[in-house]
Write a protein that binds this ligand. Structure first.
Ligand code: SF4
Length: 326
C-alpha cells in the first residue's frame, strides 16, 4: 500500500476544503481500501466523511424518497419507507455483497464503486480503465462476466452495483455538493459508459460530494421487485438482473420502469421493454414479448454469448413475478 494522509472531516465545509486540496472521500471504505491494498488506487490523501450528517431516509414533499449518501446498505434495505414504497430497492440491496459489507458500505459509496473486472484488479494486466492507453486484456481474454451492452473498443467491464439498477429503473436523481454549490444529476447521466475514456466512471466533478439519492414519486399502487441471477446464491455479482416496477390500474399497465444489471457497462435501462408494456393488459404472452426486446443492441464477446438469452429470461421472469397475470 502506498503512503497516504488521513483526515476526518467534522462537517461538510471541512470535507469540501480537504477535497479541494486533493483529498479522496472515504466512508465505509469497502471498495477503496481493497483497491488501495492491491495498489490499483493510490490516493495520497483520504478525507473520512463518515461523521457528516448524511444519514437520513426521508419522504419528500412530492411523496418520493431521499436516501442520504451515508445511509448504509443495511439501513436502507431495512428502512420501513424503503420497504413499503420501493421494495425493488430493498431487494437489490439485500441480494448484494455480504451482511458484514452491507453494514459498512454506504449508498453513496455503492454507486461510486468500481468494476469487478479481474483484469482491472490485477496490476500486471493491461487495462485502459486503470492505466489509460494500456489496452484491454478482457477483450480477447476470459470475458464470461463482462458486458454485452454499452461497450466500447476500450472497455467491456460491467457495472457491479445491484441497487444502481433499481435507481436506474426508478429514474432516481443524484444530489451533489461541490465548491460551486449544489447540483442534481439524473441517474441516467450519473454513471458513464466507457467510450474512449473508460477511466471516467461517474459524472462527479473534482471535490464534489454525493449528499443523497432521490427517488421520484411514482403513481400508486406500485408493485416492484428485483431478480438477480448469479453463479452462486450468495456473495456473488450478477450475471444478469432485472429491476421492475409496474403501476397497474383497471388491469392495464399505466407505467413500467425496467432496468437490467450484469449486462451493461452501466445499469441498463430498457425503454423498449417499458414501451411494449404500457397500455397493455398483463398476460403471459405480454411478458414474453416485452422481454424479447431486452437484449436489443447486444454485442456479445467470445465467452458471454449466453447473456443475451439469459437477460431476456430474467426480465420475463421478473415481469411475471411483479405483474402477475391478472
Ligand atoms: Fe480494464 Fe475495462 Fe478491459 Fe476490464 S474490460 S481490462 S476494466 S479496460
Amino acid at each position: 500500500m502506498h503512503p497516504f494522509t488521513y483526515t476526518k472531516a467534522a462537517d461538510t465545509r471541512e470535507a469540501l476544503n480537504a477535497a479541494r486540496r486533493g483529498g479522496r472521500y472515504i466512508a465505509g471504505g469497502t471498495t477503496l481500501v481493497d483497491l488501495m491494498r492491491e495498489t490499483v488506487e493510490r490516493p495520497s490523501s483520504l478525507v473520512d466523511i463518515s461523521a457528516l450528517p448524511l444519514r437520513e431516509v426521508t419522504v419528500t414533499k412530492s411523496g418520493g424518497l431521499r436516501i442520504g449518501a451515508l445511509v448504509t446498505m443495511a439501513e436502507a434495505a431495512a428502512h420501513p419507507k424503503v420497504r413499503t414504497l420501493y421494495p425493488v430497492i430493498s431487494q437489490a440491496l439485500e441480494l448484494s455483497a455480504s451482511a458484514q459489507l452491507r453494514n459498512m458500505a454506504t449508498i453513496g459509496g455503492n454507486i461510486m464503486q468500481r468494476t469487478r473486472c479481474t483484469y482491472f484488479r490485477d496490476v500486471t494486466a493491461d487495462c485502459n480503465k486503470r492505466e489509460p492507453g494500456s489496452g484491454c486484456a478482457a477483450l480477447h481474454g476470459f470475458n464470461r462476466a463482462h458486458a454485452i451492452l454499452g461497450t466500447s473498443g476500450e472497455c467491456v467491464a460491467t457495472h457491479p452495483s445491484d441497487v444502481a439498477v433499481a435507481f436506474a429503473a426508478l429514474e432516481a436523481t443524484v444530489h451533489l455538493l461541490g465548491p460551486d454549490g449544489e447540483r442534481r444529476v439524473p441517474f441516467a447521466d450519473f454513471l458513464l459508459r466507457p467510450g474512449s475514456t473508460p477511466q471516467r466512471e461517474q459524472a462527479v466533478r473534482q471535490g464534489e460530494l454525493i449528499t443523497a439519492v432521490e427517488i421520484p414519486a411514482l403513481p400508486r399502487p406500485l408493485r416492484s421487485g428485483y431478480l438477480k441471477v448469479r453463479d452462486r446464491q450468495s456473495y456473488e455479482f450478477a450475471l444478469t438482473s432485472a429491476a421492475v416496477a409496474l403501476h397497474v390500474r383497471g388491469g392495464v399497465i399505466q407505467e413500467a420502469k425496467v432496468a437490467a444489471g450484469g449486462v451493461g457497462t452501466v445499469p441498463w435501462k430498457l425503454p423498449a421493454v417499458e414501451l411494449h408494456l404500457v397500455g397493455e393488459r398483463s398476460s403471459e404472452s405480454l411478458w414474453a414479448a416485452a422481454a424479447e426486446r431486452a437484449a436489443e443492441g447486444a454485442r456479445p464477446l467470445t465467452h458471454n454469448g449466453f447473456k443475451a438469452e439469459l437477460l431476456k429470461r430474467t426480465v420475463e421472469r421478473q415481469l411475471r413475478t411483479v405483474g402477475g397475470t391478472k
